[in-house]
Design a protein around this ligand. Structure first.
Ligand code: ATP
Ligand code: MG
Ligand code: FE
Length: 337
């Protein structure tokens, strides 16, 4: 079955074609980052309008590039939440309308399930069960995954998500929006020995996270200095080390507590090279295996939605007549496919 995937939950308009036999055929992404950069963050109303402008042209483009006609499409998957409600509604309305006009099924996909399944698009995909660490702009979740739709949340952030902490700290260091990747680049020239930031909540049991205090540490460190480029690089480095060590420590704990031998890491922050290296080293010492998406599928993309939707459509799931979009949608309420 050839599935068209549509992702519009935030500031990326993304589409992809995934075939259950041939795999990923093509994908396209338009990032609104430049549109929102001058405001220092995503402006929801502008995001919705920009999705509306770009979505149909992108769908045409990906079909043309693959030399496929729309009649080849057997189903449509779209992100129905969580995310910005206006942005989600654009994707949902377009996807549901096309499905209705073309007389094919459509299915609502949970954005975080999309992220979670992205590593399954790689050549050596993980088998179930596994522990998943989802680290994105809006979520930090440790999940016990038994199969598609079978998710037990082991821990989550009590305040800022990991990506959000990267972005906020980047902002106070004077880096642009979104600052995560820029902060990671700056940290490469930093001295890891100069500052030591705490590893929040690692000294007590449990698998929850708290990252908002690290931003305050960065702010205080900066305020006490002149703020030279080297000062900033050293602070970026101390911040990144603290976030990464905290994530690594909780992943190790989750693997030990569940007794599972596979760790899947996904979401925008999983593109971070320092984190990938340290998680890899931890997994080796625990005799476990770690799986990541390719870097371009760490952040939002259409491929993960097409893939997740394909699995659900093949399991017989599809939508009725209502257009569904949910700003909030707890992962544990999902059912199996
Ligand atoms: P959610 O998936 O929770 O709804 P989102 O879709 O906005 O949120 P993603 O697209 O998965 O989030 O990821 C974007 C986040 O990843 C941003 O916070 C960004 O700063 C962060 N990020 C991307 N690359 C890196 C990197 N190399 N190092 C650290 N953070 C990064
Ligand atoms: Mg984004
Ligand atoms: Fe995302």
């Amino acid at each position: 079955m050839l599935v068209l995937g549509v992702e519009t939950s935030c500031d990326e308009t993304a589409v992809a074609l995934y075939d259950s036999h041939r795999g990923l055929l093509g994908h396209r992404l338009y990032s609104q980052v430049d549109v929102h950069a001058e405001y220092g963050g995503v402006v929801p109303e502008i995001a919705s309008r920009d999705h509306l402008r770009k979505l149909l042209p992108l769908i045409r483009e990906v079909l043309d590039a693959e030399g496929l006609k729309r009649t080849a499409i057997g189903g449509i998957a779209y992100t129905a939440g969580p995310g910005l409600i206006g942005a989600l509604l654009v994707g949902a309305a377009v996807a549901r309308s096309l499905a209705w006009a073309w007389n094919i099924p459509s299915v609502a996909v949970h954005h975080m399930e999309g992220h979670l399944l992205a590593p399954l698009l790689e050549p050596e995909p993980p088998e179930f069960p596994f522990v998943a660490l989802l680290v994105s702009g809006g979520h930090t979740l440790l999940v016990d995954v038994r199969g598609i739709g079978s998710y037990h949340v082991l821990g989550e952030s009590l305040d800022d998500a990991a990506g959000e902490a990267f972005d906020k700290t980047a902002k106070l260091l004077g880096l642009g929006y979104p600052g995560g990747p820029a902060l990671a680049r700056l940290a490469e020239g930093g001295d890891a020995g100069r500052f030591h930031f705490p590893r929040p909540m690692t000294d007590r049991p449990g698998l929850d996270f708290s990252f908002s205090g690290l931003k305050t540490h960065a702010l205080n460190a900066l305020a006490a200095l002149e703020g030279t480029p080297q000062d900033k690089a050293d602070i970026a480095c101390a911040f990144q080390e603290a976030v990464v060590d905290t994530l690594v420590s909780k992943c190790r704990r989750a693997l030990r507590e569940t007794g599972l031998g596979r760790l899947v890491v996904a979401g925008g922050v999983s593109a971070n090279r320092t984190m990938r290296k340290k998680l890899q080293a931890m997994a080796e010492s625990e005799r476990c295996r770690v799986y990541f998406p390719r870097p371009e599928f760490c952040t939002d993309n259409g491929a993960m939605i097409a893939f997740a939707g394909c699995r659900r459509l093949l399991a017989g799931q599809c939508e009725t007549s209502a257009i569904e979009a949910r700003a909030r949608w707890p992962m544990e309420t999902l059912t199996g496919a």
